[in-house]
Ligand binder design. Structure first.
Ligand SMILES: Cc1cc2nc3c(=O)[nH]c(=O)nc-3n(C[C@H](O)[C@H](O)[C@H](O)COP(=O)(O)O)c2cc1C
Length: 397
């Protein structure tokens, strides 16, 4: 066992909450809060987790399950379980091997990985360590020409599916980031950093690694014509100026020949529109409660969207998954698969690739145990009859 593996082994780490605590100890406040925080009152972020607590199981007991089959077919690929790592921007700030380490851990575990546009690592380097199932997530930062070039590179590097995020019309108001001076700390100017630098100096191991890594100041997959890679400090303003619209979806469909998923769908109307525009499926998501606060928890929105999709495309979901049993609940309510964000980002902060692998292992073991205790021997058996949800979740229209 390596030192990093030992750090995240039982009994020190037995659940995702333990990985979160370790990440909190190891990362500067500004980085931990960037991962852990949400928008404004963080109401949606908390609701994402609470919704899973409100959905209760209806097990079929006295059933002996010897082998539980977690395998799932998704968009032409077979996953070892119905789980994909969600796009997490600036992962290289969490750990220098950020996106590369996460993609490797996903690939080794036989699950999918999604690379964000705002990655600090070249997409080719991520792909090289990830022979498995990989998706590229698109923002239009840097403009259409930059996006076109990135899509061509992603397709050439073996990314099979494109996830287009539609809930980022502007940057969510993440108050923890403002308080911690995230903008100043990631920007170029030296003087603006001074009032906030104590939080970095309090974590010399992280700081030394971050500086040795070059201080992640560029986005190597967003090449602005005649200028070169976009700077990290420009991302927020550029995101606000580059909302993805339905008109863009048409244009992107001409460029990208693989399946497209629309990420950030919270209503039946947007789900129908996505499928009408040619998407292969939708990801029910509120960006982990980081964008518009007070939207519904993803799990709560899921039944409406499954109904609206009517089997015309895949429905995936993310937001609030911290236990394997949460995955079972989402599948019972109609999701084909789930994406996880913070659960693996905490692992990355706690111990790099070993921490991501541990997060995946914890969720896999929990999912398998939940299936056995429900009396289900394969993922395809999980359905609505295994969970109860509050009556208030059903919309009248
Ligand atoms: C630190 C962090 C960075 C994120 N960056 C992106 C991103 O670049 N693109 C995107 O579409 N979603 C991004 N998300 C949202 C995730 O893809 C996902 O929707 C969300 O994390 C799911 O909620 P969970 O963290 O509760 O699992 C980010 C989430 C976190 C926590």
């Amino acid at each position: 066992m390596t030192r990093a593996e030992r750090r995240v082994a039982a009994p020190r780490v037995v659940n995702i909450g333990d990985l979160r605590r370790l990440a909190e100890q190891r990362l500067p406040r500004v980085v931990f809060d960037y991962v852990d925080g949400g928008a404004e009152g963080e109401i949606t972020m908390r609701e994402n987790i609470r919704a899973f607590e409100e959905a209760t199981f209806r097990p079929r007991n006295a059933v002996a399950i010897k082998d539980c089959d977690l395998r799932t077919r998704l968009l032409g690929c077979e996953l070892s379980m119905p789980m994909v790592l969600a796009p997490v921007g600036f992962s290289r700030m969490i750990h220098p091997r950020g996106e590369v380490a996460s993609a490797r851990a996903a690939s080794k575990a036989g699950i999918g990985f999604t690379l964000t546009t705002i990655s600090g690592s070249k997409l080719e380097d991520v792909a090289a360590g990830c022979p498995g199932f990989k998706w590229y997530q698109l923002y239009l930062v840097g403009g259409r020409d930059a996006a076109e070039a990135a899509l061509a590179r992603a397709a050439a590097a073996g990314f099979t599916t494109l996830a287009i995020t539609i809930d980022t019309g502007t940057f969510g108001n993440r108050e923890r980031d403002v308080r911690n001076g995230a903008g100043f700390l990631l920007g170029r100017g030296l003087f603006g950093k001074i009032p906030y630098s104590a939080q970095l100096l309090a974590h010399p191991v992280w700081l030394a690694r971050f500086l040795r890594d070059g201080g992640m100041l560029e986005l190597p997959n967003v090449i602005v014509p005649n200028r070169g890679p976009m700077l990290l400090s420009e991302t927020q303003a550029s995101l606000a100026a580059s909302v993805v619209t339905w008109a863009d979806l048409k244009w992107i469909r001409e460029l990208w020949h693989g399946p497209i998923l629309v990420k950030g769908v919270l209503t039946g109307d947007d789900a129908r529109r996505s499928l009408d525009e040619g998407a292969a499926g939708v990801i029910v998501s509120n960006h982990g409660g980081r964008q518009l606060d007070c939207v519904a928890a993803s799990l709560r929105a899921l039944p409406e969207i499954v109904k609206a999709a009517g089997g015309r495309g895949e429905v995936l979901m993310d937001g609030g998954i911290r236990r394997g049993s949460d995955i079972a609940k989402a599948i019972c309510l109609g999701a084909r698969a789930v994406l996880i964000g913070r659960a693996y980002a905490y692992g990355l902060g706690a111990a790099g690739e070993a921490g991501v692998a541990r997060a995946i292992e914890i969720l896999r073991a929990g999912f398998q145990r939940a299936m056995v205790l429900l009396g289900c021997k394969s993922v395809s058996e999980l359905d609505r009859s295994y969970v109860d949800i509050p009556a208030s979740w059903q919309r009248a229209n």
